[in-house]
Structures are given as C-alpha cells and as structure tokens.
Ligand binder design. Structure first.
Ligand SMILES: O=C[C@H](O)COP(=O)(O)O
Length: 365
C-alpha cells in the first residue's frame, strides 16, 4: 500500500519518470519499493538473514515466551507494520491523510467468516495503533457485511480480491453503509480503497476465448480486463455522486478510491504496461510489482485514459457476454482461486516460521 500511494492520480498529465519529483517522493523511495514489500509485512525469506537480524531475535523471544506460531507471527507482523507506518507517516501527514498508507491483511483463513473477520480487523487495528494503517479484508460474500461493520467503527479498510462489477458495487455499498452507520460527526479520517484485480481476468477469459476459437473470440483476447476496469470506473463515478454521497461529503467523507491490483502482464505477447497506462484517472491508485514498475518508470506515461473509450469498453464487455463469457462465473472462479492462493501462502509462511522456530529453539538450548 505504501508503495502505491505516490502513484495515485489526483491530477492528469505528467510523465512517469518525473512522478517522484512531482510528488516529493523521497529519493530512496523507488529503490526502497524495489527491495521491500510492505503489503504483507513479513515474508519467509526475511527469516533467512543473518543471525543478528531483529526478526530472528524477536522470534526467539516469542518462542521462548511460549507463544504458539500463529501468535508469534502476528506479533512480528504488527511490529513490522508499525515500522512501515512510521516510515510513511510524513507522507500521510503531508497529504492530509490522502496517501502514505500501509496495508495489513486479516488471516485469509477467515475469508468465509463474517464475525471472525470483524473481530480480527478490530484487533489488528488496535494492535497496530497507527493512523495510516489499512486493514485489508477480502471482498468475499461473507466479508461484505464485515467491511460495513469495520468501517462503521471508524477503521480504514483496503478491500481486496475484487474481480467483478457486481461485487465491486457491493463493496462500495458496504463502505457507504458503514460510513452512515458510524455515527461519527467527522468522517474525514475513515478512508478506504477497493482493490480491483485486473490481469487475472484476462488470464482466465483468454483461456475461455481460445476454447471458443472463432476469429471474433480470438480477437477479444487481452481486452476483457481493461474493459471491465473501465466500467468499474464508471460505477465509481456514479456511486460517489448524487444526494446520498453529497450528504456524507458534508461530514467530511472521502471517496473510496479504486485501486488497480494484479497489474503485471502475464502474457509476454502483451505490452508490459497494458494494465497501467490505460487505467489512469482521478481517484484511482495503481499498484505495481517490481517488473511492472520498472517498465512504467522506463516508458510509461500518465494521462487520463480510464474514461476515454467507455463505449468501446461497453462493446467489449457485451460482446464477450454474447460469446458465452459469464462474468459472474469469471468473478467467482477468480475469487475462489485468489482466496485459495492467499490461504496457501499464509499456511506456507506459518510452516516456514514453525521450522525456523524449531531450529532456533535447538540453537538456543
Ligand atoms: O495486487 C495483487 C498482486 O499484485 C498480485 O497480483 P498477480 O498475482 O495477479 O500478479
């Protein structure tokens, strides 16, 4: 999250290589981004460093204090996220709470657990105790009510794993409902991003189109994801306007920004900034893994593109539907795969941590 803040697009036209100076990004920022992920905080590899590394020392202390491995994990994550929040707090202050956030995700094991997700989000928010932390919650059907509830407690949320327009609308409604239910007279510090996944849509839809195999189907490869994203932006504009929204704005509410996730190109035949350059618009945030960021710094441009060709996007979206692409099926399959991947990654990290704890115990005996 922190890495993307300076790439959000409050104003249109500027060239990518100059974005750092335009937004007074610290000189080390890009290098830091290339070396560090604050998205998940802890990684298994961060434990494979020198024996004096603070993470190793903390792990030894936690294990010796009798913590089970998942509790030890959360202790380490909370510290890591607090450090990241502290690092980005000057940007958060400078941007009056508009940027400079760090995300930390609730356990993916809770993706089907409404109440468990609310409890975990509240716990994490309290433990991290920093103004610029986003609690990351997946946009599963079970977690939509959790998002409303968490927002209503004044907790800022990064909603992740959004793959369809229908689910995106439910996410926006949860945010609006949560703001309304909060009872806060000042809503200006309750913020949110809706993380809409892009490239994975093409990966799945392209396979379906190849199976159909007609020239029309093959011609639509590589177009589904950005078409859906452009329509998501239309939804964003519609939902964050009108009397209901204006009522919340009077209390200081901020729009839930639309964040593009999964922006690296998976098919090498496609341009390497395919999921960045066409998705630029006010109120959006572009996240980029190293490869996409390097490509963008090298030859990306930023100009308002997201709503240049809305009718073309509608045409593509409808043409895909006519060919038999079921958008609801695409959304639910990608969500299942996404939640599953998060769970596997979480399990694998805990396994690595357990192995490391076992070996450290042996060493420290
Ligand atoms: O934002 C999500 C991450 O960038 C992962 O996306 P990806 O695995 O589809 O590239």
């Amino acid at each position: 999250m922190a890495s993307i803040s300076k790439l959000s697009n409050p104003t249109p036209t500027y060239l990518a290589p100059s974005f750092a100076s335009r937004y007074s990004v610290p000189k080390s920022f890009v290098d830091l981004r290339l070396k560090t992920s604050f998205q998940t905080g802890l990684s298994a590899s961060s434990l494979s460093v020198s024996s004096n590394h603070p993470l190793r020392r903390s792990l030894i202390e936690l294990v010796e204090a009798g913590k089970d491995i998942e509790s030890a994990y959360w202790e380490l994550v909370v510290k890591d996220i607090q450090d990241a929040c502290k690092f980005f707090e000057p940007i958060y202050d400078q941007m009056d709470g508009g940027d400079g956030y760090v995300s930390v995700e609730v356990s993916p094991r809770l993706a089907d657990d409404t109440d468990g997700t609310v409890a975990a989000a509240k716990w994490l928010h309290k433990k991290v105790d920093r103004p610029n932390v986003y609690i990351k919650i997946p946009a599963t059907a079970a977690c939509i009510p959790s998002i409303k509830e968490v927002i209503s407690h004044g907790i800022s949320v990064n909603v992740t794993l959004i793959f369809s327009l229908a689910r995106y609308e439910a996410v926006i409604d949860a945010y609006l409902d949560g703001l309304e239910a909060s009872g806060l007279s000042d809503l200006s510090r309750v913020t949110s991003v809706a993380s809409f996944f892009v490239s994975r849509v093409d990966t799945l839809v392209d396979k379906m189109l190849e199976k159909i195999g007609t020239p029309e189907a093959l011609d639509l490869r590589g177009k589904a994801a950005n078409a859906q994203a452009a329509l998501a932006y239309q939804l964003y504009q519609k939902k964050f306007s009108g009397p209901r929204w204006e009522g919340l704005v009077k209390k200081g509410a901020k729009k839930q920004r639309l964040l593009w996730a999964s922006t690296s190109v998976k098919n090498p035949a496609y341009p390497d900034t395919l999921y960045v350059t066409p998705l630029v618009g006010p109120g959006t945030v572009s996240t980029m893994p190293d490869q996409a960021l390097q490509a963008f710094i090298d030859h990306g441009t930023v100009a308002r593109t997201i709503d240049l060709n809305v009718s073309e996007a509608e045409g593509i979206y409808n043409a895909l539907e006519k060919l038999g692409i079921d958008w609801s099926h695409v959304g639910s399959q990608l969500e299942l795969e996404g939640v599953d991947a998060f769970k596997k990654s979480f399990d694998s990290l805990l396994d690595s941590l357990q192995e490391k704890a076992n070996s450290l115990k042996l060493v420290s005996l």
